[in-house]
Write a protein that binds this ligand. Structure first.
Ligand SMILES: Nc1ncnc2c1ncn2[C@@H]1O[C@H](COP(=O)(O)OP(=O)(O)OP(=O)(O)O)[C@@H](O)[C@H]1O
Length: 269
């Protein structure tokens, strides 16, 4: 559905991404992982055509993104940025904006129904008439997700979609994304810092380090050694209730030498 080949991109003269390739199939979730500044947002923006790669090509359903205009892209690709906007619009109108690529003159009853469905799915019905700027960070993040749902795109690109959500909402949103992938066949790419959330819900993993692909593949590529190399933190991986989890470990001797490198996760870790 969405393929990027050998993407190289930089801001001004500085190279940020080098030779990044990714292939996203319908019905799957790909998690993009890496340290702060490794290029996760940048690759997601390249996949959406918001940034034009210096080299390489992004193909959307067999067509090069560079040959499509914003509206053609928006009919197929929805993008939820990391920092969602604060706006004077009501929640309903903000979500209705998701229908823009489909609306000619006025929204039809079908458009309004789709917006209502998206609000319902994201648990936002009671907020429909409130201005977005009065909502909490997590509520605004759900508005952005509702708008992406209303867009009815086949590809969903999400930049840290769970970063402002409480534990309950994180699981709710990730389960919803799984449902969208499995039942509607959407191709989903998300950047995420919570490696355990990624492990639990994603099918494929793209690990970036300094703008290059350090590893790319299915769950079996994620080993403690690889995670340590990418995040510079030693970890162990354990099964808990059939769920593989990553636990950062604390080495007192090394931490004494370099406090920045290690994260303490609690006694006995
Ligand atoms: N508009 C910009 N102009 C110049 N440099 C930028 C711009 N946007 C990002 N960068 C730089 O590009 C690099 C990659 O940024 P990017 O936002 O893609 O990283 P990220 O992996 O998403 O980081 P984070 O986990 O902190 O969100 C960083 O060094 C950042 O400072």
């Amino acid at each position: 559905m969405l393929r990027a080949k050998d993407i190289t991109f930089g801001y001004r003269k500085e190279v940020i991404l080098q030779g990044v390739s990714i292939s996203v199939d319908r019905g799957t979730i790909t998690a993009v992982l890496g340290m702060n500044g490794s290029g996760k947002t940048t690759i997601i923006k390249c996949l959406n055509g918001l940034l034009k790669p210096w080299y390489g090509v992004v193909m959307l359903d067999g067509e090069s993104l560079s040959t499509l205009n914003r509206e053609q892209i928006a009919r197929k690709v929805a993008y939820v940025p990391q920092r969602s906007y604060e706006s004077d619009l009501s929640v309903f109108d903000a979500v209705l904006l998701g229908r823009k690529p489909h609306i000619k003159w006025n929204p039809s009853n079908i458009d309004l129904e789709i917006v209502s469905d998206a609000l319902r799915t994201m648990g936002l019905e009671e907020y429909a008439l409130r201005p977005v700027r009065e909502l909490s960070g997590g509520e605004i993040q759900r508005v952005a997700l509702a708008r992406a749902l209303a867009q009815e795109a086949e590809v969903l690109l999400l930049d840290e979609p769970t970063s402002s959500l409480d534990l309950h909402r994180q699981l709710e949103v990730m389960n919803l994304l799984c449902e969208l992938a499995r039942e509607r066949g959407m191709a989903i790419v998300l950047s995420v810092h919570d490696i355990n959330l990624a492990l639990r819900f994603a099918d494929k993993f793209l690990l970036l380090r300094d703008g290059r692909v350090y590893a790319y593949g299915e769950r079996d590529i994620l080993t403690p050694k690889l995670i340590e190399e990418v995040f510079n933190v030693p970890v162990v991986m354990q099964h808990v209730y059939d769920q593989l989890i990553v636990i950062p470990i604390f080495d007192a001797r090394d931490a004494k030498n370099d406090e920045r490198s290690y994260i303490k996760v609690g006694a006995g870790a």
